[in-house]
Ligand binder design. Structure first.
Ligand code: GDP
Ligand code: MN
Length: 413
């Protein structure tokens, strides 16, 4: 589960981790108001306006009009996802930039061409930055330990650093039985070239951050950039938090942090029926029982020359109703041009699946070719049900046969 930067920073603040002073706003006039009153009262003369969307790369991202697609401009300058305002009437500028951003779309390298609508912004104090670093904590699956990574190349995409300057990424693994140790924090800070007061602050920062990562059940916590200010403070300028979905049951309070506007509408719909559905960007919809078979089926589609439009695991105990909902959700994705249903009936009976498919195809208009492979318990009955239905399905009894049909269908698209 993803949350917004402002929410992540609020959580970090509770752990005593330094983050810039700031406020979330859902209304452009508040940007001017807060800058004019609260910030001025605190002697803040630089303000940073940050669009809140569940995607990175905002600093370089461009805001454009949601209707016309034209880039938004303020004072002859293109509006970006993150703006530092330090000259002139900063409250007035903050207001105008917020107004140009509000309700419009932000396109970054992570959002895809369609971009994301900006509904909220974070108004923050601007800091006097001496250096920018990268820091993240995540699970290293290869060694089954959490790893903390730092780099002197702050503000840049870490994938890019990993590709061009892998030597600039320093990693320290956290031993589960020992926990994160201060000598490890010192090693990381030293690798970043920190000394004295700055190093001391970094050690304190890193230890608190690991504690937050653990207690909040994160699967990733990224601070990019982590900055050293001119007065030797270490501050999280950006924060990206991913919660481990398997631990969500331990945190009922996270429900409030969820922003449905940021999630795929179809994925939200699927979660209502406990369906494991993830939208992908291909054209062949697939419906499978069991995650392993779903992965194999996606490979089969790929081998046949198609691209899966989704991952959909209906689970081992699918009822006709569940199948019907899954089918409907999969088909409501407009990019689906063909469907491949691959069910191996073990606990789930194929005849039930067949009935679910028929029930669903009465509710939705099945206008795309549909290839079905049902094998296992009651497969023969299932095939009879499908044949008698009079609906147009193409049925394969083995995976090879079905794959060949998928290939023929994809080739004809
Ligand atoms: P992202 O591009 O979505 O990751 O957004 P970030 O929060 O990382 O902001 C992008 C960039 O804006 C940072 O790398 C900084 O260079 C700059 N930036 C953000 N906040 C401040 C600030 O308070 N002062 C200054 N000078 N620059 C900032
Ligand atoms: Mn960032």
């Amino acid at each position: 589960m993803n949350i917004h930067e402002f929410q992540a920073k609020e959580l970090l603040r509770k752990y005593g981790i330094p983050v810039p002073f700031g406020k979330m706003i859902a209304n452009a006039s508040d940007a001017g108001e807060i800058t004019h009153n609260e910030f001025a009262a605190k002697g803040i003369t630089t303000v940073v306006l940050k669009s809140q969307i569940h995607a990175g790369g905002r600093g370089k991202g461009v805001v454009s009009d949601v209707h016309t697609n034209l880039p938004m401009e303020v004072d002859g300058k293109q509006v970006r996802g993150v703006t530092v305002i330090r000259e002139g009437n900063i409250a007035d500028k903050a207001y105008h930039i917020a107004k140009a951003t509000q309700g419009n779309k932000l396109v970054t390298i992570q959002t895809g061409a369609e971009g994301k609508i900006v509904r909220r912004m974070l108004v923050e104090e601007g800091l006097n930055i001496a250096r920018e670093f990268y820091l993240s904590i995540l699970l290293d699956r290869q060694v089954s330990k959490n790893v903390i990574m730092v780099s002197t190349e702050g503000g840049m995409e870490i994938e890019e650093v990993a590709e061009h300057h892998p030597e600039k990424i320093v990693r320290v693994h956290i031993e589960p039985k020992m926990g994160f140790r201060s000598f490890q924090a010192r090693e990381l800070g030293t690798a970043l070239g920190l000394t004295g007061e700055a190093l001391k602050n970094f050690i304190d920062f890193a230890i608190k951050l690991v504690k937050a990562y653990d207690e909040l059940d994160c699967s990733m916590l990224e601070v990019n950039p982590l900055v050293l200010t001119a007065d030797n403070r270490i501050v999280a300028l950006d924060a990206k938090v991913n919660f481990d979905d398997n631990a969500l049951y331990r945190h009922p309070e996270y429900k409030e942090l969820r922003d449905l506007d940021e999630e795929e509408a179809l994925e939200i719909e699927a979660s209502k029926y406990d369906l494991n559905y993830i939208k992908l960007d291909g054209n062949v919809g697939c419906m499978v029982n069991g995650a392993g078979l779903a992965m194999a089926t996606m490979d089969v589609i790929q081998l046949a020359g198609g691209k899966p439009a989704n991952f959909l695991d209906v689970g081992g105990t699918a009822t006709a109703d569940r199948i019907a909902n899954a089918f409907r959700i999969m088909l409501s994705d407009k990019s689906v041009k063909a469907v491949f249903i691959n069910i191996f009936g073990g606990i789930v009976r194929c005849d039930r699946v067949a009935n679910g498919i028929i029930q669903a195809s009465k509710q939705v208009d099945l206008t795309v070719p549909c290839i079905i492979r049902l094998d296992g318990t009651n497969a023969i009955e299932a095939r009879e049900i499908l044949e008698k239905s009079g609906l147009k399905f193409s049925v394969g009894s083995t995976l090879q046969e079905a794959a060949a049909k998928v290939k023929a269908t994809v080739d004809a698209l």
